[in-house]
Design a protein. Sequence first.
Length: 330
Amino acid sequence: MNFWIPILEDTIEDGLKILPFLFITYLIMEYLEHRTGDKTEEMVQKAGKFGPLFGGVFGAFPQCGFSAAASNLYAGRVITIGTLIAIYLSTSDEMVPLFISAQVPVSKMIIIIAMKAAFGVFYGFLIDLVVRRYRRWKKKSEIEKMKIDELCKREHCHCEEETPKISAHRSQKESKETITKASVAKEMQASHDHSHEGHGNILRSAFIHTIHIFIYILIFTLILNALIELVGEDTLAGILSGNAVLSHGLAGIVGLIPNCAASIVITELYLSGIITFGAMMSGLLVGAGVGLLILYRVNEGTAKNLQITIILYLIGTFTGFILDLIGIVV
């Protein structure tokens, strides 16, 4: 029983940290879906072109909830894949508190955080550029349309009962009558006439989404915490410090673990002088906290999620290796 008590405490603490981020994210997404129109969607997509810039900057703030929010926003295609990667790369969860406790100079912390943010912005814009060119070559729209309605249906939050777009889509499947823009506009007007009820539905749907994902996070975090406790952080440290060249690839693998223990181990090894600066960056750039865990839960398409994971891993480890190769040390 003594084995499980600290694990349960850590699991609940990790879950509670991101709970507000989840609820606020779903509240925003539900509002967009319930009040969306062509102008709203166009505005979101135009802002998405600068998404990697904002994602890289805001993702650098020391918290664990932003990557979780990003995964949900990407699943609804509110942000682009480049923005998602930018946030994942710049996310700094346990690194900053450990640096502070080790009395690392503030200037050094700022430089490392700025580097992570800069890499996030650069790679985010690069990925979005490649994706746009590819979609243009395939004669598709350069930016994907929002898919908040599909996310809602997969999560069974029943918000489709109040959402004009989903309601119209459902009616079209249930009958052979053509759904016109006028009928959708009429339904939207009807929802606006019941604004008080609509806001209640938005809150309810956001709450249901949040509870679904929160339970999912608690279960998987509990399993991960138990495994890490059984394996031991010393074992992870031994694996990472075994080979200077392989340390980049291994640090990236450890960084993929959707748990704060991963960044703790990597940062402590660097502070102890066991791994290089580049190896630390490999692990910390790949480390997206619980962001990847949530991505696999909410984003449809396992192959797509695997591609994102591989892209994140390759970018992180390649960048860390290059930093060591050219001899950059902070």
